[in-house]
Write a protein that binds this ligand. Structure first.
Ligand SMILES: [Zn+2]
Length: 118
């Protein structure tokens, strides 16, 4: 495994982690997962009390939920990749192969080689 590539990807993953956490509404400071207990709860938007306003609130909330779920999935992959860098297993496919460098450059959080990516 190329040390320089791992270091480069560590920086990219940390930047991505910070970006995703900030979009999700986490504090921008990212030192320690214990600061963020439990799951992120999407804000329930308050547009007003009328029926049409309530319907709009519900639609916006559902959009928030879907977006939040996507972002949380991505954040989990990024954080899992950072953990693999820490424990030395980064760059290994979960089926045992080495992940190709070009794949890690394209997808720093990849946990499978190209063959096992589909
Ligand atoms: Zn593989």
């Amino acid at each position: 495994m190329d040390k320089a590539l791992i270091e480069e990807n560590r920086k990219r993953l940390l930047a991505e982690q910070k970006r995703l956490r900030s979009i999700l509404g986490f504090d921008a400071v990212v030192d320690g997962a214990s600061e963020f207990p439990g799951e992120f709860k999407p804000r329930f938007p308050e547009f007003g009390g009328k029926d049409d306003e309530n319907a709009n609130e519900m639609a916006a909330y559902e959009t928030n939920l879907a977006v939040t779920s996507d972002l949380e999935g991505k954040l989990a992959k990024v954080e899992a990749a950072l953990n693999r860098i820490e424990d030395g297993s980064y760059g290994k496919c979960k089926h045992g192969d080495e992940i190709e460098s070009e794949r890690l450059i394209a997808v720093p959080e990849a946990d499978t080689c190209i063959k096992h990516s589909v």
